[in-house]
Write a protein that binds this ligand. Structure first.
Ligand code: 13P
Length: 220
């Protein structure tokens, strides 16, 4: 299976940047767009691969001001949803462990693949109910290991450390797909993607530069 190359724009980007990516992005890249750009990108190119950066704990439709459901995302053409990113977990109480399970369920129920982010404390984040869910839906969940020390810092763990942690996650959680995130760029991506237990990368800052992300995509 091809390695996953997923960009996470976070709260960045403009319509001009979306246009630039629609024009020139390598077609094996999945882009984690801000919600506001998703329908626009899909309407311009139905084959553009998009991840949402979150979904609601509520499914379907309802009186939940400001929320966007997994159903809406799926109907807008998203195939992936990033769930439980540490930047959300540290800011919003709504990204509690029990709510993350609801989001996972909603993403999977609506036919999408959930990219579940964990950090150094993955044992605490993955409680027994979440683990049971992963076990039963592992083809629709990817575990993204994003050590807090590596996000936006330029400091990447050693290759052997990434390899060991992802190998451990994979063996502990039924062979689930495991990807790495944290300061990935075109200079270190090849070495990281060459690791057996690495099924892909989740890229923040470097995913906002078309040349960078296309260079990384070539190593997949
Ligand atoms: P950086 O690649 O900017 O370190 O961000 C990683 C990340 O948080 C991806 O979700």
């Amino acid at each position: 299976m091809n390695k996953l190359i997923v960009g996470n724009w976070k709260m960045n980007g403009t319509l001009e940047l979306v246009d630039e990516f629609l024009e020139g992005l390598n077609n094996n890249v999945i882009v984690g767009l801000p919600i506001i750009f998703i329908a626009y990108a899909k309407s311009k190119n139905p084959n553009f691969q998009i991840a949402a950066q979150d979904c609601s704990i509520f499914n379907d439709f309802g009186a939940h001001t400001g929320e966007v459901s997994a159903k809406m995302l799926s109907e807008s053409g998203c195939k992936y949803v990033i769930i439980g990113h540490s930047e959300r977990r540290k800011t919003f109480d709504s990204d509690s462990i029990s709510n993350i399970l609801k989001k996972l369920q909603n993403a999977v129920l609506n036919g999408m693949t959930a990219i579940l982010c964990v950090d150094e404390k993955y044992d605490e984040l993955l409680d027994s109910q979440t683990v049971e869910f992963l076990k039963n839906h592992k083809s629709q969940v990817v575990l993204a290991y994003e050590p807090l020390s590596a996000i936006g810092t330029g400091i990447v763990p050693s290759i052997s450390e990434i390899s060991d942690v992802l190998k451990n996650l994979k063996s502990k959680y039924f062979g689930i797909r495991t990807i790495y995130g944290g300061s990935v760029n075109s200079k270190n991506a090849k070495e990281i993607l060459d690791i057996d237990s690495v099924d892909g990368v989740l890229i923040g800052g470097a995913s906002l530069k078309l040349d960078e992300i296309n260079a990384i995509a070539k190593f997949a």
